[in-house]
Write a protein that binds this ligand. Structure first.
Ligand code: PRP
Ligand code: ZN
Length: 286
């Protein structure tokens, strides 16, 4: 079975939608019917296993799955020997300690002697040790947020994304101990054939990520200022410059980074650029 790559994704939860959306944006057609545990893509040598996210690092480490999409929080917590091959930029969240709103908090030392409920005993243990805090850790596997209200623990240490779970349970975030996002992990001993399929998949993912951070820009500028304009727009190789029907004017096309977009626009306008259009790019192959 070296000609097919087995990918483990979360069955249902915060990562599921983002994982399947990413796969579909890579042009891979797959239907994950409700309750289905396995599916094959129609147009790419990949098979999907829909699993609990907590189990994904273990399955990938053991070679039951070849690769997986899972949060860094789960990878580090489980500590299984897998390769983290690429950050995927979605499902960003943090692991935080939270207390009931009414409890006063001045700093980590206030946690001393407290009981903390969590599904992340290793990450929490590391934080407590680093900060020399003596607290008792109650490991529970779910619904951590209700622990204070039922008297199981004074504090919780859990994943926060929008913050709505904490809010609806009357809790306040007091310490963030880990930042996480979705990551592609792989078994440490992939065959050459499987590694080739993974490389093809990563190539598509990187093209999408590149495109997301870039914008296609078109503008008109007086020909005499073209050097000044081009200096602002290095482009992929170099910008395209086309003459306009109106003499003395050119149209310049290039690619810019989303992050320095506003700064560039100021400089371009100062160089006489007008009719500036900025459009999204769907895919980008460098
Ligand atoms: C986490 C956490 C909360 C929720 C927080 O669960 O346990 O339930 O997300 O999100 P919010 O801040 O947007 O309300 P997760 O999705 O990791 O589920 P799991 O523990 O079942 O894998
Ligand atoms: Zn989970």
């Amino acid at each position: 079975m070296d000609n097919i790559l087995r990918l483990a994704v979360q069955k249902s939860g915060r990562l599921s939608e983002g994982s399947m959306k990413l796969i579909r944006s890579c042009g891979i057609n797959v239907s994950n019917g409700i309750g289905k545990l396995k599916a094959k893509a129609a147009n790419f040598p990949i098979e999907f296993f829909f699993l609990r996210d907590d189990d994904i690092p273990g399955y990938v480490a053991d070679g039951v799955a070849d690769i997986g999409i899972v949060g860094e929080n789960v990878i580090v917590e489980k500590g299984k020997p897998v390769n983290s091959v690429h950050k995927l930029g979605f499902s960003k969240c943090r692991l935080s300690i939270a207390l009931e709103k009414s409890v006063e908090y001045t700093g980590p030392n206030d946690l001393d002697g407290m009981s903390i409920a969590t599904s992340y005993p290793n990450l929490l243990g590391r934080f407590l040790e680093d900060n020399k805090i003596n607290a008792s850790v109650h490991e529970i596997s779910g619904s951590v947020e209700i622990a204070p209200s039922i008297g199981l623990a004074k504090a919780v240490c859990d994943i926060v994304s929008s913050g709505s779970t904490l809010f609806t349970n009357g809790l306040k975030e007091v310490e963030t101990i880990f930042y996480s996002e979705a990551v592609m992990i792989a078994n440490k001993q992939l065959s050459t054939e499987k590694q080739d399929i993974l490389d093809k998949l990563l190539f598509r993912i990187k093209s999408l990520q590149q495109a997301k951070n870039s914008k296609y820009i078109l503008l008109n500028a007086p020909e005499e200022n073209v050097d000044e304009v081009i200096a602002q727009l290095p482009g992929m190789r170099s910008p395209t410059v086309l003459p306009l029907a109106q003499k003395g004017w050119v149209s310049v096309h290039s690619v810019i980074n989303e992050n320095d977009f506003w700064e560039k626009i100021e400089d371009l306008k100062a160089a006489g650029a007008e009719g500036i259009l900025v459009v999204p790019i769907e895919k980008m192959i460098l």
